[in-house]
Design a protein. Sequence first.
Length: 363
Amino acid sequence: MKVMCWIRNLKYQIALLVLLSLCSCSTALHLKPASHMIHESTRKQQQQIAPPSPVELPSRPTNQPIVGSFISKIDVNHLAIWLKNLTLFPDRYYQSQNGVRAAQWIENAIQSLPVPSDAKLTTKLVHHRDILQPSVIARYESKIPTTLKGIVITGSHFDTYAKNSPQGVGGPNPAADDCASGSAAVFEALRVLTTNGFIPGRPIEFHWYAGEEEGLYGSLDIANTYAAKGIEVLSYLNLDQSGYVKPGTRPEVGIYTDYTTSAATKFLSSIVSTYSGLPQVGSQVCGYACTDNASWFLAGYNTAMAFESQDGNSFPHNDEVHSDGSPLDTLNLINMTHVSAFAKITTGFVVELSLTNTSSKEK
Ligand SMILES: [Zn+2]
C-alpha cells in the first residue's frame, strides 16, 4: 500500500485527471498537497453516480451474540496455511501469468467452501481492460428472498510489486504482509460464515483486487461499474496490510480517515472496539489514493479502512525486495494472531451490516 504511488502509472494518472477535470473546482489539480480538496471535489462529482446507502449506517453493533458465534470459529492455523499458500506463487504481479494463476487459486479456494442449503455462494473472475490479472469476487447470499435493500462489500488487493528487483517490478516477491495478509483475513471471514451456517440478510461480497500496486486497476473498474449500474452498497470495508506488528510496539489497529466516509469509519471504530480485542488509533491518513478504498470513495460509496497499525509502525519494506532479488516481505515477519484480528473485524463489519434493519433513509 504505502509505496503504491498513483503517479507510477500514466493511464491511472490520466483516468484520475479526467475524473478531476469533471469537477468545477480548478484547484483539484493540485494533487498530493491538496488531497482534501481533491477528494471532496471528486466525491461531490461522483455522488451523482453512485446511489446512496439505502439505510443509515448503524453507529454501533447490535448483533453481538450472532457475530460472536462466528468470530469464535476463526482459526488462526487455517488462516496461516491459506496465507502461506498465497505467498508460494513466485509473484502475483498484475501483468504476469503468476498473477493470473493466483487469482484462479483464490477462486478455486472459494469454490471449495461448504455452503449451507439455504444460502448461495457464487464466484467469478472479473477481467479488466489493459491488464492481464483478473480480480476475484465471491458473493454470499440467502436463497430466501429478503426485503433488505443493498449489499455489503469487503476486500483487499492480492497483487504484488517488487521494487529494486533485478527482474524488474514484476519480479518475485512473496508479499506476505502486502497483501497476502489482508487477502487471508478477508478469506477467513468468508470461510467461517459459509462453513458454520451463517445465512446473510442482505448479500455480502468479498473482493480480491488485481493491479492495486500499479494504480488501483481492479477496484477502480469494479467500483465505477457498480456505481454506473446503480448498485446500492451500505459500505465498503478495505483491508490492506494486516500482519505486521513492529517489534517493541503493541498490536493495534489503524483507522484511516482519508478516502473514507465518517459514517462508515465511526461504525468501523465501534466494530474494532467490540470484536477485535485490540486498541485502535484513529485519524490515520495516506494523503493520496493509496489503496482500494479510494476507488469506492471516489465512486461515491461509504468506505472504511482498517490497517495493521498506526502509520509510523507499519511494515517498512512493502513492495520492495533486496537488490539481489531476495525478499523482504516474508512470511516469518507475519503475526498470524494479528491477521486473525482483522478477520474478526471483517466478520463483524459484514455480518452486522448484512443484518441491520435500521429504517430506510428519508428520500
Ligand atoms: Zn497494499
